[in-house]
Design a binder for this molecule. Structure first.
Ligand code: 0X9
Ligand code: ZN
Length: 447
């Protein structure tokens, strides 16, 4: 569902052997490379999400074909005489092989984050859900009261969805920088004008770089004070814990939540098609689809929890910026996604988006293109971004597709976590600075 150019060198590597259970959800699933122009019947399967579009370039597109879709897809291509290449012929085997190759790194890294001590998010290994929770528990203590962590609700399977609040007001105990005197008139001015920012990570299970970057941002935000002096930052690093766990254990390419759906043998709702604004565009009513929108708007506890927490933040003050972290493609999108008509504040969203992209590029040279969601990516509604823009009227709203452009795709190497987070922080920092009040009294402190 993302990216544009090449897919996974990693996916191309052959895998052998099988560990019972692990990634069995992908048994018999394949990755195919198709010409960029394909028969209408196959296009329809892709549109409905029964085939999972991974990426698309001028010369070709690559798709994940579930085992149960192989015969239909082969038949359609055969009838139309269209050739295709099988890049991976069994994804379960493939990921089992990848895990064996990775195991050495994982066991070394796991040591730095245990139930007793998890002072920093891992930067060169993807964290398990449990490690994430250890880390969140630890910062809730270490950086209190400036940083607090609370559950905003539970997932379908009953797991907590955690929200980190990095409070405005500058440094307090536990930080290295001086505490702000809130009674100082100029500081009071900034506080009066304070803004709120919302960052969502991990809504799509397989996009592991998203929660990894969200947690790195939490660590950075917790340690610095000046940029967020007048800004309350709320981060939900892992919005879809059930899906994430499932992507570790059973199906590395799992995208949706884990809503059991009776009947057809297809589970899960796409949480980025379930929000209650212009519901239904670029989404499917078929539970087997990767973009299944669910039976009704906000049918899922995960989107309900996010909606309620975001609404509370918006009601409590000025929610000015929403960034939903996804992967992959290196694209910063602004609404609308449901229509190509211009959304309110488009020139400002584009301007601040360009500020993000140029600051991010300065860090490691990575290019993020800034585009309108519908015309520059694809039409899709029911996503966090359109709801934040259309219902909360948030001024600056973005979906950020993180690294890479498709070489590794969802299977981005863990060595990319740190550089990705570093460039995103530089970009986000510029966005935060752009939000600070413009008409501060003479001599007001720089935020
Ligand atoms: O399709 C999505 O949900 C997002 N891309 S992803 O590859 N991460 O799945 C893009 C959503 C952009 N926003 C809207 N279309 N509203
Ligand atoms: Zn996504």
């Amino acid at each position: 569902m993302a990216g544009r150019q090449l897919l996974a060198c990693a996916l191309l590597a052959a895998a052998v052997g099988a560990a019972v259970g692990f990634q069995e959800g992908l048994r018999g699933h394949q990755i195919w490379e198709l010409p960029s122009s394909i028969p209408a019947a196959l296009e329809a399967l892709l549109r409905d999400g029964l085939l999972d579009a991974l990426d698309h370039s001028e010369s070709h597109r690559r798709v994940h074909v579930p085992a149960e879709g192989l015969d239909t897809a082969r038949r359609i291509l055969g009838e139309k005489g269209v050739g295709y290449k099988v890049l991976v012929d069994d994804l379960a085997e493939h990921f089992q092989g990848e895990r064996r190759r990775r195991r050495e790194v994982d066991s070394r890294e796991a040591g730095s984050c245990t139930a007793d001590s998890c002072p920093a998010p891992l930067s060169d290994a993807y964290m398990t859900l449990q490690q994430m929770e250890f880390y969140l528990r630890e910062i809730n203590t270490t950086y209190a009261p400036r940083v607090s962590v609370q559950s905003i609700g539970k997932s379908v399977e009953g797991r907590d969805i955690w929200m980190v609040h990095v409070k405005s007001g500058g440094c307090a105990q536990g930080d290295t920088q001086p505490q702000v005197n809130l009674r100082h008139p100029r500081i009071a001015y900034w506080m009066m004008k304070r803004r709120a920012v919302w960052i969502e990570g991990g809504l799509h299970a397989r996009e592991w770089i998203s929660p990894a970057v969200a947690l790195q941002l939490v660590a950075t935000l917790a340690q610095q004070c000046s940029v967020t002096r007048a800004i309350d930052v709320y981060v939900v690093p892992m919005a879809n814990p059930d899906g994430y766990l499932y992507s570790w254990a059973s199906n590395r390419l799992w995208r949706k939540n884990r809503r059991p759906i009776s009947g057809g043998g297809c589970d899960g709702v796409d949480l980025n098609r379930n929000w209650g604004y212009k519901f239904g565009v670029g989404a499917s009513s078929n539970p087997c689809s990767e973009v299944y929108k669910g039976p009704a708007t906000f049918s899922e506890p995960e989107t309900q929890a996010l909606r309620d927490a975001m609404t509370a933040v918006a009601d409590g003050g000025n929610l000015e910026l929403v960034v939903a972290l996804h992967s992959y493609g290196q694209v910063l999108m602004y609404p609308w996604g449901w229509t190509a008509e211009e959304a309110p504040d488009t020139p400002d969203m584009r301007r601040v988006g360009e500020m993000f992209a140029s600051a991010a590029q300065k860090r490691h040279g990575t290019v993020y293109s800034v585009v309108n969601s519908a015309s520059g990516f694809y039409y899709a509604s029911g996503a966090t971004d359109d709801w934040a823009k259309g219902v909360l009227n948030t001024k600056y709203v973005y979906t950020l597709e993180l690294r890479d452009e498709g070489a590794y795709g969802f299977y981005l190497q863990a060595s990319q976590i740190l550089p990705t987070a570093e460039e995103v922080w530089q970009g986000l920092r510029m966005m935060l600075l752009a939000l600070t009040p413009e008409k501060a009294p003479a001599g007001a402190p720089q935020a």
